[in-house]
Design a binder for this molecule. Structure first.
Ligand code: G1P
Length: 294
């Protein structure tokens, strides 16, 4: 079976939920502790053996390109002042992956962004990773997108990440109907984008990790435009489901929604608590704070 070697990260959105900061700082560069959210996604890909990454950007996203570029002025200062640790960090960002960029001319949605990847992926399968979804996995556990890539490489079928959600959250995600093939793998029969809770198939939501076959491009081409004037990627996946060619994988790990302010704050706190340099101090502060909160 073909190996998954490429990833596509749609990053053209305006980030309106984070206004006013997103007037001039793109949402992918907002930090979780000291790293931009986008770096968590790129690191997950690289840790999964995926080093060729296409980021689909738009206007106002120049800082993303700068971040992965080399920084001669900064590096010279770090070298001169013998700040070896920071210099290594700077070099690491520069060399961690082969990153390609393309601009989505009109940010008209996720499926359209994926179409821009065709010259990059050709006939190969590829990962699609949404920047708002951050997946934390413990040491020893495969990174999120690796779990899906393994399922794809074993079955040859497009595989999406699945997570259980409460009724209150059903309408935030694509929702699926399927049957279990094993503890974590599901055959998806139907999928619908953000249903009302009364119309849900199940409490299984799809989050922003997908490993897709190149047939996805034909599926997108065949997908009718929704009533909102957008082609939904989920509807294209639905065409695969109808043919019996869509799998769901209940991934192992903790997922944060970096596109939501409260979850973004929680992610910052939890990642900082796991950070050896910050954890102890923050834990003490939170304990002190909790005594003061009514
Ligand atoms: C997108 C997808 C949706 C998916 C979600 C996961 O929605 O369209 O199917 O469940 O990501 O985070 P968004 O949150 O970008 O509106």
């Amino acid at each position: 079976m073909k190996k998954v070697k490429k990833a596509v990260i749609p990053a053209a959105g305006f980030g309106t939920r984070f206004l006013p900061i997103t007037k001039s700082v793109c949402k992918e560069m907002l930090p979780i502790v000291d790293k931009p959210t986008l770096l968590y996604i790129v690191e997950e890909a690289v840790a999964s053996g995926i080093r060729e990454i296409l980021i689909v950007t738009g206007r106002n996203k120049k800082s993303i390109e700068d971040f992965f570029d080399y920084t001669p002025e900064l590096d010279a200062v770090l070298e001169e002042t013998k700040q070896r640790e920071f210099l290594d960090l700077s070099k690491k960002m520069e060399n961690m992956a082969d990153i390609y960029f393309v601009r989505q001319k009109h940010p008209i949605g996720f499926a359209d962004a994926v179409l821009y990847a065709k010259p990059f992926t050709g006939d190969e399968p590829f990962a699609v990773m949404l920047g708002d979804d951050i997946i934390y996995t413990e040491k020893g556990c495969r990174p999120g997108i690796r779990q899906l890539a393994d399922a794809y490489e074993q079955t040859g079928k497009t595989t999406v990440a699945m997570m259980r959600v409460d009724d209150a959250d059903v309408s935030k995600y694509a929702n699926v109907k399927g049957h279990a093939l094993s503890e974590r793998l599901f055959a998806i029969e139907q999928i619908v984008e953000k249903p009302r809770v009364e119309d849900k198939f199940s409490n299984d939501a799809v989050i922003g990790r997908y490993v897709v076959d190149a047939t996805i491009y034909d599926m997108i081409a065949q997908t009718p435009v929704s009533s909102k004037g957008e082609i939904y990627f989920t509807d294209s996946l639905g065409l695969l489901a109808r043919e019996g060619n869509l799998l769901g994988y209940r991934f192992e790990g903790v997922r944060y929604d970096a596109g939501n302010k409260l979850d973004f704050l929680k992610a910052n706190i939890e990642f900082a608590l796991r950070d050896p340099a910050l954890g102890e101090g923050l834990r003490a502060y939170l304990k002190e704070l909790s005594g003061k909160i009514s």
